[in-house]
Structures are given as structure tokens and as C-alpha cells.
Design a protein around this ligand. Structure first.
Ligand code: FES
Length: 575
């Protein structure tokens, strides 16, 4: 008979010496009875609850439900907090701290008597930061997303998180909405617990959790306020105890096949561009062979099936009622676009989990042969303007701009953009291409979501709603437009984007996967000689470390020394 693996928690709680005394005694001040220290699996519940992360503010309640499940199966649950990254409040951008939070998660798990871990996530960066940290430890891990908010509603119309902020803002600028009406919509948009309910980054990453096999079936779409979200958390608590017994660790689930499933799922849901950078970073922690080009190759044949904002009309609550992600994965499987044998946290294969899924609303989840949008995946563009790649999400772009040549109007950084964009003196028309520099990982530490820069007021007043925009920045998953992002190498380290000048001609050709700056090599070489970085580097603390070690967008923008993992050996005891 196979010998059961010794639980790492017994190194703390199983000892009969003074160290074991110390480990147990202080825990007992919480009213914990002795039998909890009898060698049963200790399950960490890694919680990103915070009142400063409103999307995750209900996660204490979710943790309680996970605990119920853990207790039922004879485990010992211990909830602990980690750095929580709130998208809406943190400055300069929550993404600056994704890697820092991942270090917190990794070291918190490794340093403590934990045998398996449930990650409670929700708001955009909380999902990748916890998955990255846990992947580097490689203990049995199950992800529970907090769930999306209920549909927003204003004057009987659906209002989508984020997406309608851009829309309403543009309407105010165009004189179609008063400031008072704009203020009224705030409460209409966010009317329950949960994260953004558009197919923004949070919903996308919740879908990625499910498509990667790291969450329970149904993880992505159940609204946060729906009691079935609590049932899912309860069942996750039950399951993680068995995962520990089975030694079902992330490296057995997060294989190359799993990432390919996720890429295709992202195409089919019209998911956020941010998924690219996060999945590259998670794969980097596990040493999985996963590159930017996989996104183009794997996503190429995937149509967008899901009619959700920002690309479409509906919201996550509708997606849940329509059957949610299992329906989408089933359709991919039936079309040969799913690795059916990929293992998932419940011990079943991906196909076993989704093969019986039923779709209930063809307006929300379309069929493969008559999709919502023909091109669903992320397109990777290359050319002399982005030799290491840039990306665009065709499902959120304007079809008539997918092949476009225009005159560049350049903004040197985000401050320059803010200062001049609405000026009457700005020489720009709708055929121009807006270029924003110095917003990449190092240039605007954290790579802010400013790539979908708002159009100049005078263009909006003409009724124009989209123009080609190019930058080394990211874009909010709730945003839309013909926006080229993540240009690498970035301007701040002298990438070609740094050399573009107003008046240059640029061609974007999405079908040809190309992004070309029509300036001769000789002229570019001359400009390169005169190029100097525009922003000083930070000289202390985490930001200095970040700027010195962050990798480019095409590598996932992780810190170079965090790639890979160290597993979870039991650290030495210093008592
Ligand atoms: Fe938290 Fe959108 S702001 S998910």
C-alpha cells in the first residue's frame, strides 16, 4: 500500500517537545480544542478581505463557508490575511503591487503550518497575485472567486462596472449627460457585494481560474450575492481536504494544456487583455512553456461566443443564468478546441466537468457556428514599433479600424496627454493615431491602465467614438476601442515606441499581425542617439526593487528573481 505523505503541519503541531508546546499553546488562545492538533490536514484560507478592496469586502463571509466544508471533512481551517489589492483606490496602480502581494502570499504559506490552501480572490490583481505566490509553493491549492456584483441598472438599462464609467464620461464630455445624472449613476452601477460584473479583468480571471482547472466548476459566474456562491465555497472547503490527501498540487493541474485551455476560453468569452500578462506570470512561476505567441496561435481560431460588456450587451449575472463558463468550455470541447483530459481541482478532467452543461440563453452564449463575434482571441502584433510584441483585442475594437494607416499624434507621458488632449490647439483628426509613451512596466511603475486614453473632446463632439491608440500601457478589462497595448520593449528603456514623433506615419494591420512605423532605419538610428530616459528611477524601497527587476510585458511583468518556485520545504525553527 502506498505510504501516505507526511503532512508538513505535523512538523509544528505534532511535536511533543517545547516547540510543539509553543506552536499549540498560543493557538489555543483562540478557543481551539486539542483534537484539532492531532495530525489532521491544516487548511490555510488565504484571504484578501479588505474594506479598501470593496470587490472583496464580503470575503470574510465566504471564508466562514469554506471553514464549514473543511471541518466537515476532518480538516483544521486557519484563515489568514494577505496584501489585498483594490483596483479603484490604490495609487499609482494596483498592478505595481501584484508582485509584492505574490511575495507575501508565497512566504506566508511557506512560513506557516499549512498543508493545503484555499485562495479567496476577486478584484483584478488579487487573483493573479495569490495564484503566483501559491504556484511558487506548490502545495495543494484551490481558488474560490468572490463572484461578480449583480447587474447594474440605471433607468431600466443595464449598467456595467467600468464600461459605463467610460461611456458616461464620454457622454458628459459630449453634452449628452448632465453632471447630476452622472453622479446618480454611481450607486446604480455598484448595487451589491462582489467584483466588476462586466467581462473585465476580475470576471476574466475568475473564468481563467475555472478554465485552468484551479477552481470548482461554476466558479466564475455565480453572483457574489447569490447563496449558491456560498455553497461553492462550502464545497471548496470539503474538496481541499481531499486534495491534500491526494497530494493534488498546482504543478499537476497547471500544465501547458491547462494554459492552452485558458487562452481559448479567454477568446471565447472576449476576455480582458490583462489575462495575457497574468497568465504569463503564473506560468513563469511553474516553469511552464507558455509564451506571448501562444496567445496568438491558440486564440486564432476561437470566435467570441459570449455577449457581455465591454464587447457586448449583457453582464455576469446574465452569463450565470445562461449557464456560465461550463457551457462555453463544452462548446470549445465539441469543436476540438479544448484539451479534454486536463486535470482539475475536483479530481475530474475538464471534459467530465463540462460535458453535461446546458446553455439557457442563446442571446448571451452563442454557438460556434454562428458566434457573437468572429474573432475572439487576443492578437499579437509585431513590427518595427514593437519587436517583442504588442497586443490588441479585436472583439473590443472597431472593425473599420483593424487595418488603418494614420499620422501619429504623440504624448510623451500621461501628464503630457492630460495637459494637451482637450486643448483646441491639438492638431488631430479622427484618422490620426494617438501614441502614448512611458507607461510600461518601468516607465509608469506598475504599467497603468491608461492605454485606452479618452479621445480628445473636440473629436468626441464630432460624434466619433473610436480611434487607433497605441501605447506600452495596459487597458482596463472593462474598456473598449481599437487600442494597441503592451508594446515591448517599452519606451522607458528605449524601445522603438520612444522614437516615434508626431507626424510619423504608422500602419496597423490586425489581420497581418503587424504594427509598422514608416520611418527609415537611418532616421530611427539618429533619433536613438539623442534619446534619453525621461523619468528618474525611484531610489528606495519596493518601487526601486520593482523598477530594477521587473520584466517586460511579453514576459508577464513579474520580477525576474521571482520566476520559478522553491516549493514549500519546512523552514527551520528558531525557538
Ligand atoms: Fe475590483 Fe473591478 S474594481 S473588480
Amino acid at each position: 500500500m502506498a505510504k501516505e505523505k507526511k503532512l508538513r503541519s505535523t512538523e509544528w503541531f505534532g511535536r511533543q517537545d517545547k516547540d510543539g508546546f509553543a506552536h499549540r499553546s498560543w493557538m489555543k488562545n483562540q478557543g481551539l480544542p486539542s483534537h484539532l492538533f492531532d495530525g489532521r490536514p491544516v487548511i490555510g484560507i488565504c484571504n484578501t478581505w479588505s474594506e479598501l478592496t470593496p470587490c472583496n469586502a464580503h470575503l470574510r463571509g465566504i471564508a466562514e463557508k469554506v471553514k464549514r466544508g473543511v471541518y466537515e471533512m476532518g480538516g483544521f481551517p486557519v484563515e489568514f490575511p494577505v496584501t489585498s489589492l483594490g483596483e479603484t483606490l490604490m495609487r499609482p496602480t494596483a498592478m505595481l503591487f501584484r508582485n509584492l502581494a505574490s511575495m507575501d502570499v508565497e512566504e506566508s504559506i511557506r512560513a506557516n503550518p499549512i498543508d493545503g490552501v484555499v485562495l479567496l480572490v476577486g478584484c483584478d490583481k488579487t487573483t493573479p497575485s495569490l495564484m503566483m505566490g501559491a504556484a511558487s509553493c506548490d502545495l495543494p491549492t484551490l481558488v474560490v472567486s468572490g463572484g461578480p456584483m449583480l447587474n447594474g441598472r440605471f433607468r431600466n438599462e443595464r449598467v456595467g462596472s467600468g464600461t459605463h464609467v467610460w461611456k458616461f464620461d464620454a457622454m458628459v464630455k459630449a453634452g449628452e449627460l448632465t453632471k447630476e445624472e452622472f453622479m446618480e449613476t454611481e450607486a446604480c452601477m455598484s448595487r451589491s457585494v462582489g467584483h466588476c460584473m462586466t467581462m473585465g479583468t476580475a470576471s476574466t480571471m475568475a473564468c481563467m481560474v475555472e478554465a485552468l482547472g484551479m477552481g470548482m466548476p461554476g466558479n466564475a459566474a455565480i453572483p457574489a450575492a447569490d447563496s449558491r456562491r456560498q455553497v461553492l465555497a462550502h464545497m471548496a472547503g470539503r474538496r481541499i481536504v481531499d486534495m491534500v490527501k491526494e497530494d493534488l498540487i498546482p504543478s499537476k493541474i497547471l500544465t501547458k494544456d491547462a494554459f492552452e485551455n485558458a487562452i481559448r476560453a479567454n477568446g471565447a468569452i472576449g476576455g480582458s487583455t490583462n489575462a495575457v500578462i497574468h497568465l504569463l506570470a503564473i506560468a513563469g512561476r511553474l516553469g511552464v512553456d507558455h509564451s506571448l505567441d501562444d496567445w496568438d496561435q491558440m486564440g486564432r481560431d476561437v470566435p467570441c461566443l459570449v455577449n457581455l460588456m465591454p464587447s457586448g450587451d449583457y453582464l455576469m449575472e446574465d452569463f450565470y443564468y445562461a449557464g456560465g463558463l461550463p457551457v462555453v468550455l463544452k462548446k470549445l470541447g465539441e469543436s476540438g478546441l479544448l484539451h479534454k483530459d486536463a486535470l482539475t481541482v475536483n479530481g475530474e478532467t475538464m471534459w467530465d466537468n463540462v460535458k453535461n452543461a446546458d446553455g439557457h440563453d442563446p442571446e448571451v452564449i452563442y454557438d460556434m457556428d454562428a458566434p457573437f463575434k468572429q474573432e475572439g482571441g487576443i492578437v499579437v502584433l509585431r513590427g518595427n514599433l514593437a519587436p517583442d510584441g504588442a497586443i490588441i483585442k479585436p472583439s473590443a475594437a472597431s472593425p473599420e479600424l483593424m487595418q488603418h494607416t494614420g499620422r501619429a499624434v504623440v504624448f510623451e507621458d500621461i501628464e503630457d496627454y492630460k495637459e494637451r488632449v482637450d486643448s483646441d490647439d491639438l492638431e488631430i483628426d479622427a484618422s490620426c493615431i494617438m501614441v502614448l509613451k512611458n507607461c510600461g512596466p518601468k516607465g509608469y511603475p506598475g504599467m497603468a491602465e491608461v492605454g485606452n486614453m479618452a479621445l480628445p473632446a473636440k473629436i468626441l463632439k464630432q460624434g466619433v467614438t473610436d480611434m487607433v491608440r497605441i501605447s506600452d500601457a495596459r487597458m482596463s478589462g472593462t474598456a473598449y476601442g481599437t487600442v494597441v497595448l503592451h508594446a515591448a520593449p517599452e519606451a522607458a528603456i528605449g524601445g522603438p515606441l520612444a522614437l516615434v514623433q508626431t507626424g510619423d506615419e504608422i500602419s496597423l494591420d490586425v489581420a497581418a499581425r503587424s504594427l509598422v512605423l514608416h520611418v527609415s532605419e537611418a532616421v530611427l538610428a539618429e533619433r536613438r542617439k539623442n534619446w534619453k530616459p525621461v523619468h528618474p528611477q525611484s531610489t528606495r524601497g519596493y518601487v526601486q526593487m520593482y523598477q530594477q527587476t521587473v520584466m517586460q510585458a511579453d514576459k508577464g511583468a513579474d520580477l525576474d528573481f521571482l520566476q520559478g518556485g522553491s516549493g514549500a520545504p519546512v523552514p527551520r525553527d528558531s525557538h
